[in-house]
Write a protein that binds this ligand. Structure first.
Ligand code: ATP
Ligand code: MG
Length: 267
């Protein structure tokens, strides 16, 4: 069954979409089967994969409104992973969901039939703690939080952590923090280093070791509709996202019980 990771931070422009698209490509380069879900009406993840958000036959909206199945709306990208794309129409889902029963569980429910097809399902969340993001947190096993190491970065983090705790208590007891990932990092900037130290003091091992540097190739790649790995695979941005994928995959491998060993011990 797929591990579902919500890439979330209600602060805008911190690198959620860049992380979602490039993590999907990097995990797929590591031979994992990946589905990327664009849960943001801005449709940036969709465009960043080279898919025109205004030409989708079926989008996540149709799935959220139960007018199509996830399987029908998923398309293959040219980059090794699958996409469930979105565009501005997705804002209608928010309005419709308000009237629905069990509205926080809609994404969880519609993903069930495709869970077995993938190793990872990544959800690119919008920059808000709205009902779409709540749906992602209910459907997810873990939350990956991209953070820009700047002065206001820690402010929004408290309310995100609060929301995660609430969701754990009431809707999804198994939800974990996958980790905080430092993005657009500039080691020459002393503020970045200070904020980074602060983060580690507060969140310790929740801060992932991989740091994503500020790298112009990462900013250029979406305008070509490509993950950076396919745009410039030797760039520092591409190497960093390969590192991040490796870090997340390795933890999973370590956590997976060694079934054969246990069985041997039981005999
Ligand atoms: P939103 O909250 O609007 O959804 P976001 O959190 O998804 O934004 P991105 O769209 O990934 O953030 O990034 C914001 C901008 O910063 C984009 O123009 C992106 O290309 C650029 N960017 C992201 N990460 C990097 C990086 N490591 N180096 C350079 N530019 C980056
Ligand atoms: Mg985004």
């Amino acid at each position: 069954m797929a591990k579902v990771i919500a890439v979330a931070n209600q602060k805008g422009g911190v690198g959620k979409t860049t992380t979602s698209v490039n993590l999907a490509a990097s995990m797929s380069a590591a031979d994992r089967k990946v589905l990327l879900i664009d849960l943001d009406p801005q449709g940036n993840a969709t465009m960043g994969c080279g898919v025109n958000k205004n030409e989708l036959d079926l989008s996540l909206l149709d799935v959220m409104l139960l007018e199509a199945t996830a399987l029908e709306a998923i398309s293959q990208t040219d980059h090794g992973f699958d996409l469930l794309g979105s565009n501005a129409d997705l804002t209608a889902a928010e309005v419709e969901l308000m009237k629905a029963n069990k509205r926080e569980f809609r994404l969880f429910d519609v993903l069930k039939p495709v869970q077995d097809r993938y190793d990872y399902i990544l959800i690119d969340c919008p920059p808000a703690l709205n009902s779409l993001t709540l749906n992602a947190l209910v459907a997810a096993h873990s939350v990956l939080v991209p953070m820009q190491c700047e002065y206001y970065a820690l402010e929004g983090l408290a309310s995100l952590m609060n929301t995660v705790e609430q969701i754990c208590e009431h809707l999804n007891p198994d939800l974990k923090i996958e980790g905080l990932v430092r993005t657009m990092f500039d080691p020459r900037n002393s503020l970045s280093n200070d904020v980074s130290r602060h983060l580690i003091e507060h969140f310790q091992s929740k801060v992932l070791r991989t740091i994503i540097p500020r790298n112009v190739r990462l900013a250029e790649a979406p305008s070509h509709g490509l993950p950076v790995l396919l745009y410039d695979r030797r760039s520092r941005g591409a190497l960093a996202y390969l590192g991040l994928a490796g870090e997340i995959i390795r933890r999973e491998v370590r956590k997976t019980p060694l079934v054969s060993k246990q069985q041997t011990m039981e005999v």
